[in-house]
Design a protein around this ligand. Sequence first.
Ligand SMILES: C[S@@+](CC[C@H](N)C(=O)[O-])C[C@H]1O[C@@H](n2cnc3c(N)ncnc32)[C@H](O)[C@@H]1O
Length: 549
Amino acid sequence: MSVTLPPLFLERMQTLLGEEYPDFVVSYDHPRFAGIRINTLKISPEAFAELTPFELKPVPWCETGYYIDEGQKPGKHPYYHAGLYYIQEPSAMAPAEALDVQPGDRVLDLCAAPGGKSTQIAARLQGQGVLVTNDISEMRTKALAKNIELYGVKNAVVLNESPERILQAFPGYFNKILIDAPCSGEGMFRKDEDMARQWEKHSVEVCSVMQRDILKSAAGMLAPGGTIVYSTCTFAPEEDEAQIAEFLTLNPDFEVVPLPAKWGLAKGRPDWLYPPYMKVEKGEYTEASAAQTGDAGRLWPHRIQGEGHFVAVLRHTGETGQPGRTQSRNQDRDFSEQHQEEQEQELDQGSAWLTIQPAPTAQSALSSRAAKDKTRQANKGKGKGRGRRQESAGAGAVQDQQELLAAWRLFAGQNLSDTAGMTGYPVFFGTNLYLSPLTPDQLNGLKTVRPGWYVGTVKNGRFVPGQPLAAALKPGESLRSVQLSLEEGEAVRYLKGETLQLPESRLVRLNDSLPKGYVLVGVGDYSLGWGKWQDGMLKNEYPAGWRWT
Ligand SMILES: C[S@@+](CC[C@H](N)C(=O)[O-])C[C@H]1O[C@@H](n2cnc3c(N)ncnc32)[C@H](O)[C@@H]1O
């Protein structure tokens, strides 16, 4: 066996798996499986198949997932920097698929860093609805925020909170919740030998306690009729079936939705709820709850091509639209419908939701009465306090915010086409402007890493567009764009931060825009970042922290 596995782990797996055990153990001698998932916010799987440099083989349980051969370097390609795919272990693609996210849903990803499943959820939302993505680890939320930005997600809020505190802000709010729980990681041993070295029986017990608490908070945040997907990358029944059996015993208004009996997915194991080494008395769970754990799914490394996962789909049996089980602020019927209605009502009442229509000229952007009125409305009540990291907005700050919005409108008018979908609640962090799918009040008091889509900031009185703005735009949405070549190494030179010589004839210009100014730079049709063109030179605006090294 190429991986050294903890003896106690092997002993327990032998007890559990019996006749299947030899196949399970032999699977650790095989090479691990690597995969990529196509980011459909940027490209369709069909279009990617036309340009891919990799040999692709479909992952059966994920329409956008593909196996790639070990040894290929998908992280070292300009298409990776264009956010065309996420590098993801194939069995880890199953939980977000099981959540069956639809455009317009309100989704919470509670244990989300570094963002594999959040980017998958965002692609399913297609920019409609809300994704609140959270992780308790401040350090890990940095990678999460970067991935949300790289993959061109416009409608996500990134939090660094405990589930209990999110529950206080969002009781009964979400119709889909993913808990990709912290776990003892037994399914990671082949991929990451450190996990095997750090495993000890104790970690199963510690993780079980965390998982129970997270499930409890999630139940309180789910709207009637909603769905929670609970997943782990471990095989220990204490962290898998036992969590589900206990949850159902405590929450009889939930049921397990069976996973499809195909693709080599195995069923959950109710018979593992009382193995000799687990400290539970028979009868701890109701019979119905115990039986339902059989409808959960297990991905085994000796049965499928992947490292292993446990997935349970928990559906609240209450009717969507009925008064909530919790004191929900939002007991609604159809989420996309409601979200749209709320926005329209707010617009009617002249309140905060903002649709930035790029203004045709500088003058009209600044003098537009309507724009000024809306700005005033957008800033109403801003002094009441917001996300912990947000600046408190005194009179000076409100003035700054009005100037920031005016600068943004001016930038949008001079640089973006009217096909660019620029909508959201304006949220200000100092001089940084975000467009958020949630109101500032909804984020009030929460430790917010990104309140929404970062569009830019003001420096020396001028609007400087953000990298996430570029990452989420398509070439036709910017008045100036350029397609750099892959073969001649232009794209890599841009990604390394070089200034490029570029004749004016290479610029694609819309609406008679002048050549001088911000240019959306792409590899082929897929945006990478900003450049500034003047006199045959493309000045590089790709951020230092994102560069190709
Ligand atoms: C399995 S990893 C998540 C992987 C992620 N879903 C993905 O697909 O990229 C589990 C995460 O849970 C986070 N975590 C641990 N305890 C937590 C808690 N109480 N609330 C929220 N997140 C927690 C960890 O920091 C870790 O990033």
